[in-house]
Design a protein around this ligand. Structure first.
Ligand code: G4P
Length: 541
């Protein structure tokens, strides 16, 4: 197959959802369609903390969570599907967000009884910023759900996302009888036939078809009829260009655990979603490197150390952006400018690994043993290609970390520096921090436990966490007049409430920390010459 054909058949995406909406179940069903049945069990096992799949990391075992995101690649209907896992339960972290910088599309799974929940909203925002296509699956239709039109309305009002249902539910809860495919005008009945499969779709011209009419009770029939008429008359018509630009979301209804409506979703998603698109290099924003260029390029979106206790290694996950990856190829590492040979490349398939000899744009390559690689670094055969740094994300939890054993200072420092470089957490320096303590900031509290656990297990260094009083951090944009001669913020000019502290990030950029929303609003009111940003300034410009 030509490179162009290989690229065209790739679909690289992630599932975004709130915990318990059904992401794991849906992933498992997708794997069944991709004939990766042996893995479908592993996905569940990991979640249910059964010993088989999770003996590689003590913390993971103890907590029944997955610390690392993995990549599942499978072939289905001629497509090469790369499904990138987004840790979502207690292991929600910056990694979850970063994975979204490496995908070309997202599938948003919503519990139809609950609607849009917080974690979905946060993940959605990251996808929206990148403008990737977003497909919506309303799950758990076998149980009572919220009104389907209300759910669509919520996509518009809460997420500001135009929706166009492709698949529509017939009935609700006990009266749920199947779905209507608005494109093919087929009804799929939620009725098992011997052998565990569902009945073949029934072709109908309308819901009045006696075959369908007989299945639905009067209320469900009247409601579906009315809703479909309304969608035809007043709904947004399906607009593929808008979908591909991330402006409209096609909506599907079904039930993951019952494997109902999943193939409709998978087929529709793969068909309407996009193959890898060129990514814009930072240095020359006007120029794009075609995906099928002769020049190989990619960027690192995640680092995972010690995934395998037998090897104690460090894996950098590279998303291929252009050209063809070949094992043993030499590339330039953007941050150091050095040429490196990529000999130890692996395909990570869930928990399994195998040597990877070639990969195309859209694929993810695990590179083992390159300590200099950091998150956001570009690897390319052309040193002129350097991709944008991976954005940082607003921290929501804070803690001080310190070393209780002065004699271990060296190990502690080395370990903490490595973890900070990996981007496990961020660090900040508030004014008047306790001596010897570093302020850590993260998206989820589990990241702090990971830091402590890894300091102990990999660097043999103990650490102590001490609560820090803040819940919000903002970067400060200040006018020239607000700066001292050496460029630092002149704190004496500002009125702050009790508990608020100024500080700096790792680049010495000024930040301010707040214990709560109220103190932040007060600060903004009193110090209007300062602009506050939830992300570093270079990202907000
Ligand atoms: P997550 O990865 O998004 O956190 O969700 P997961 O797939 O683990 O699903 C959360 C719970 O919802 C599971 O039940 C799962 O079986 C159930 N579920 C998923 N899809 C459907 C559906 O279509 N209908 C219904 N009724 N339930 C669904 P659990 O009791 O927490 O776990 P389990 O013992 O069933 O695995």
């Amino acid at each position: 197959m030509s490179s162009a054909a290989e690229i065209a058949r790739r679909r690289t995406f992630a599932i975004i959802s709130h915990p318990d909406a059904g992401k794991t179940t849906l992933t498992e069903k997708f794997l069944l369609y991709g004939n990766a049945i042996h893995l479908a069990g592993a996905v569940k096992d990991r979640k249910n903390q059964r010993a088989t799949a999770s003996d590689w990391m003590e913390l993971e075992k103890q907590r029944g969570i997955s610390i690392s995101s993995t990549v599942l690649q499978f072939d289905y209907a001629g497509y090469a599907v790369n499904l990138l896992d987004t840790p979502g339960h207690k292991d929600f972290s910056e990694d979850t967000y970063r994975v979204l910088t490496a995908v070309d599309a997202a599938l948003m799974v919503i519990d139809a009884a609950k609607g849009v929940e917080t974690q979905t909203r946060k993940l959605f925002e990251v996808c929206r910023r990148r403008g990737v296509p977003i497909f919506t699956f309303m799950n758990k239709c076998d149980r009572p759900t919220r009104n389907a039109l209300e759910l669509l309305d919520e996509l518009e009002t809460v997420l500001g996302l135009q929706s166009s249902p492709v698949i529509w539910p017939l009935g609700n809860g006990p009266t749920f009888k199947g779905v209507f495919d608005r494109r093919s005008k087929q009804v799929h009945l939620f009725e098992r036939v011997p052998g565990g499969a569902y009945q073949a779709p029934v072709a109908v011209t309308s819901l009045d078809d006696p075959a369908v009419r007989a299945k639905l009770d009067d209320h469900a029939y009247a409601e579906a009829h009315e809703q479909l008429a309304m969608l035809d008359g007043a709904g947004h018509p399906f607009d593929l260009a808008a979908v591909r630009a991330g402006q409209q979301t096609p909506v599907y209804f079904g039930s993951a655990v019952n494997n109902f409506g999943i193939q409709l979703l998978l087929d529709g998603f793969l068909h309407d979603s996009v193959p890898p698109a060129p990514r814009k290099p930072a240095a020359a924003p006007g120029s794009v490197i075609p995906v099928d260029s002769e020049k190989f390029s990619g960027f690192i979106f995640k680092i995972q150390a010690n995934m395998d206790p037998k090897h104690r290694d460090r894996i950098a996950f590279l998303r291929v952006c252009s050209g063809k990856f070949e094992r043993d190829m030499s590339v330039v590492h953007s941050r150091t400018g050095k040429t490196v040979r990529l000999s130890s490349s692996q395909k990570l398939f869930g928990r399994e690994r195998e040597t990877l000899n070639e990969a195309y744009p859209g694929d993810v390559v695990g590179l083992v043993g390159h300590d200099a690689f950091g998150i956001g670094d570009t690897l390319s055969t052309d040193r002129a290609i350097v991709y944008d740094e991976i954005p940082r994300f607003p921290s929501e939890v804070f803690t001080y970390i310190s070393n209780p054993n002065p004699s271990d200072a060296k190990k502690y420092r080395a370990g903490l520096e490595q973890l900070l470089q990996e981007g496990v957490v961020q660090s900040f320096a508030p004014r008047n921090a306790p001596p010897g303590a570093t302020l850590l900031a993260a998206v989820g509290p589990l990241q702090f436990e990971v830091v402590q656990w890894r300091l102990q297990s990999e660097y043999n260094a103990e650490s102590r966490l001490t609560p820090a009083p803040w819940t919000l951090l903002r970067w400060i944009e200040a006018p020239a007049a607000a700066l001292t001669k050496d460029g630092a913020l002149d704190h004496s000019r500002y009125v702050v409430a009790t508990g608020v502290s100024f500080g700096t990030d790792k680049f010495d950029h000024p930040v301010v920390l707040f214990p709560n929303e109220w103190t932040m609003r007060y600060f903004e009111e009193k110090n209007s010459e300062l602009k506050l940003h939830s992300l570093p300034l270079e990202q907000t410009r």
